[in-house]
Design a protein around this ligand. Structure first.
Ligand SMILES: *Cc1c(COP(=O)(O)O)cnc(C)c1O
Length: 453
């Protein structure tokens, strides 16, 4: 299994050929199969004697892979799709082959050096000062949790220092547009979420934050305020400047969840929406969403990384050699220890193509979104939910109910045309198209809209 012999060589070329074809050839949309269908096609794969490389690779290629939606298909437009560059996908193979554990500088200095340059580019987009930094975490969910842990740790230390001790409850202010992972983080941390209502434009404003803080239950300490820069459902960017101000008045940690939308900082046409993001204490941006990196990759950044380090560094005698130095250890900045160098595919592609190519690719997706909105506007039986701010197109088919949307969506996926799921806006079903793939064209959108006639 570990010696590289002739059969390993054969397997290597078979795997390379498969991977290369997957990158080279436009993928079919594909889609889920039932457990029964998969069992009939593939059966039991884990056996005492092993099935051999050829047979297992064939089972994957012929049956398992086609039962997975291709998130890079230009008409995979649900959730937030993926659109990794060729360079990033191919380099992911190299990362896997390199067996580096990117927990610490000691173990993977070269990787951490490279990842940190990619993180610095993201920090520059945000406008964070020199000295800012963080790590690549698995996703926005883990990034949000790690950031909020750091924020609470800072508040806890401050209270310990000034003698006020633990409050009865900790809480975080977030809006109704915040991602479900904020709620999830709060549950993990056993803290409360104080809901701040968004305004008529669905944005969180400073006064709503002030009201939520003022209305906190007695004994509750608000340690953080979360703004969303690009809500997942509609692409709305909160009034970051105002929220930053309200958070600062309360000395609360200001976290910006830009997991989906942060990539748009690279696009001049929408950058003004993000005014104030540079005031954040922490921010997450997922390169696996709109910065063309493979799953899974979240840039987690702190204005003052030393605060995160106090919260996250793990202490154990076997880890002392890592902790005794002053080098940059990614594990100090998030809730994990062992870590794949998951920022490297993103770094490699960014270094290969340069940042301008990224700006242009993001702009392209925004242009397609705007053109799509015009098509919706021009179609009498379609109704735009809001003018797109980023790259989410939300609209309704007049006269349709939930069952109509569900049936249409299932049909579209089954015949391999597109993957578009309905969502809810203001308690009513709507369609939502999220465009992060520069290969998605206006014609693709038109094809989908035509099917709604
Ligand atoms: C996608 C998303 C998340 C969660 O990120 P994962 O990478 O899926 O864990 C969090 N916040 C926002 C705004 C998102 O769009």
């Amino acid at each position: 299994m570990h010696k590289f012999d002739e059969s390993a060589d054969d397997l290597a070329w078979a795997v390379f050929r498969y991977a290369l074809d997957r990158v080279r050839v436009d993928p079919p949309l594909d889609g889920p199969r039932s457990h029964q269908e998969l069992w009939e096609a593939v059966g039991q794969t884990i056996t005492e004697e092993g099935l051999g490389g050829e047979s297992v690779l064939a089972a994957f290629a012929d049956h398992l892979a086609p039962a997975c939606l291709s998130s890079d298909h230009p008409r995979f437009l649900s959730f937030v799709p993926g659109a990794p560059t060729n360079a990033s996908v191919l380099f992911d193979l190299v990362v896997g082959a390199s067996a580096m554990c990117a927990t610490s500088w000691l173990e993977a200095a070269g990787s951490v050096y490279a990842e940190n340059q990619a993180l610095r580019w993201v920090a520059d987009l945000v406008g964070l000062p020199e000295g800012a930094g963080g790590c690549f975490a698995s996703g926005g969910t883990m990034g949000n949790l790690s950031a909020l842990i750091a924020g609470r740790d800072q508040a806890m230390r401050r209270r310990e220092a000034d003698g006020s001790g633990r409050p009865a409850r900790w809480s975080v202010v977030a809006s109704d547009g915040a991602h479900s992972s904020i709620d999830s983080a709060a549950r993990v941390m056993d803290v409360d979420v104080l809901l701040a209502t968004s305004d008529d434009d669905r944005r969180l404003r400073g006064d709503a934050v002030r009201s939520a803080i003022a209305a906190r239950p007695e004994g509750t300490e608000v340690f953080a305020v979360v703004a969303t820069a690009g809500t997942t459902n509609l692409g709305v960017v909160d009034a970051l400047d105002e929220v930053a101000e309200a958070a600062a008045e309360h000395r609360a940690w200001f976290h910006v969840d830009a997991a989906y939308g942060g990539a748009a900082l690279a696009a001049e046409s929408v950058r003004p929406h993000f005014a104030g993001i540079d005031r954040c204490d922490s921010v997450v941006i997922d390169p696996h969403k709109w910065l063309f990196a493979p799953f899974d990759c979240c840039a987690l950044l702190y204005r003052k990384p030393e605060v995160a380090r106090l919260a996250h560094t793990q202490h154990a005698s076997y880890l002392d050699p890592i902790n005794s130095g002053s080098e940059w250890n990614p594990t100090d900045y998030g809730h994990f220890l062992t870590r794949r160098a998951r920022g490297l595919p993103f770094w490699f592609s960014l270094a290969v193509h340069g940042t301008r190519a990224y700006s242009e690719a993001v702009e392209r997706t925004l242009e397609v979104t705007r053109a799509g909105a015009e098509l919706v506007d021009a179609t009498p039986h379609l109704d735009l939910v809001l003018d797109p701010i980023l790259s989410v197109l939300a609209f309704r088919r007049i006269g349709w109910e939930q069952a109509d949307y569900d049936a249409w969506s299932a049909r579209l996926m089954e015949d391999g045309t597109a993957f578009v799921l309905p969502t809810q806006v203001d308690g009513e079903p709507a369609l939502r198209i999220c465009i992060v793939n520069p290969l998605t064209t206006v014609d693709d959108i038109a094809m989908i809209l035509d099917s709604l006639a």
